[in-house]
Design a binder for this molecule. Structure first.
Ligand code: AMP
Length: 279
């Protein structure tokens, strides 16, 4: 695996590769890698000639300074995992490299998907996500971008950002990888102690409660029951919502036909966990 910190150097390497009509699969991450990330790398490898992973903890997508400071950093272990997965390139830029002084950030017109759900509780988050992913795509110019469904809204936001740009990049959205007991893998899980780790299962259970009890008609009681369930288990709930799986418009009733997604975000002490399931 070739590790590159400089934009120009990576660009030069990939330019030569593309000249030979080779395909590139790209997986952007913030590090603290787990099997969810590695599943994306492996898919990028299987489907392309070359795989590129980036690790960059992007400051513009954190609306909370302490969340940024506490974000786990495990670079040595990450490099070992990527080498084991046989990843071809690791892009490891500095903040100065990605955000040169005096550069004005672009603004992305994202519509409803920017301000609902995660956007409501993390103002500015998706602008930050678009700024960094746009920059990374312009550098890597992959054939296909690989994202995890674990961050459902992020997939929709990046899809919209890409559609509004003259990119010719495929988007591959990959299934959420879970621990054996059902907890969605997340870098933030590293911050859970033993008791919190057990209690973290209530997140997927709150979604499964919705899945099991979904009926035509009002969805209000379903959502409320999951909120109460989480609160009874010492969570501070940002939201439990049921939305149209295509548009992310929040739903209050169900006609039995519309494709839905249930999404949750809640704090277990100071660790914020998110998850979703398609219903
Ligand atoms: P992150 O490092 O959290 O920014 O995630 C980098 C990429 O990995 C994003 O596209 C995530 O959606 C994806 N990802 C994170 N956790 C998982 C998971 N448990 N399963 C599949 N993909 C994931």
């Amino acid at each position: 695996m070739i590790i590159i910190e400089n934009i120009k150097t990576l660009h030069n390497h990939l330019f030569t590769i593309k000249k030979d009509s080779k395909t590139i699969g790209f997986v952007p991450t913030m590090g603290a890698l787990h099997k969810g990330h590695i599943s994306l790398i492996l898919k990028a490898k299987v489907e392309n000639n070359i795989s590129v992973c980036s690790i960059f903890v992007n400051p513009t997508q954190f609306n909370n300074v302490s969340d940024l400071e506490k974000y786990p950093k495990t670079l040595e272990a990450d490099i070992i995992k990527l080498k084991k997965a046989d990843c071809d390139f690791l892009f490891l830029p500095s903040v100065e490299e990605m955000y040169p002084k005096n550069e004005v950030n672009l603004y992305y017109n994202l519509g409803l998907i920017e301000t609902t759900l995660e956007g409501k509780y993390r103002p500015g988050h998706f602008q930050g996500v678009c700024i960094i992913v746009d920059k990374l795509l312009a550098i890597v110019m992959p054939t296909t971008l690989y994202l995890g469904r674990k961050d459902y809204q992020q997939c929709m936001v990046i899809n919209k950002m890409m559609q509004d740009k003259p990119y010719n990049i495929n988007l591959c959205i990959c299934d959420t990888v879970r621990e054996e007991d059902g907890l969605a893998m997340s870098s933030r899980n590293m911050r859970l102690d033993e008791i919190e780790r057990q209690r973290a299962l209530r997140i997927i259970e709150s979604l499964q409660m919705i899945e099991c009890n979904l009926k035509i008609g009002s969805l209000e009681l379903l959502k409320k029951s999951s909120v109460i369930f989480l609160e009874q288990n010492n969570y501070k709930v940002d939201y439990v919502e049921i939305a149209d799986a295509e548009t992310l418009e929040l739903q209050t009733t169900w006609d039995g036909k519309r494709k839905l997604v249930a999404l949750v975000a809640a704090y277990l002490n100071d660790v914020r966990l998110i998850d979703n399931i398609i219903l």
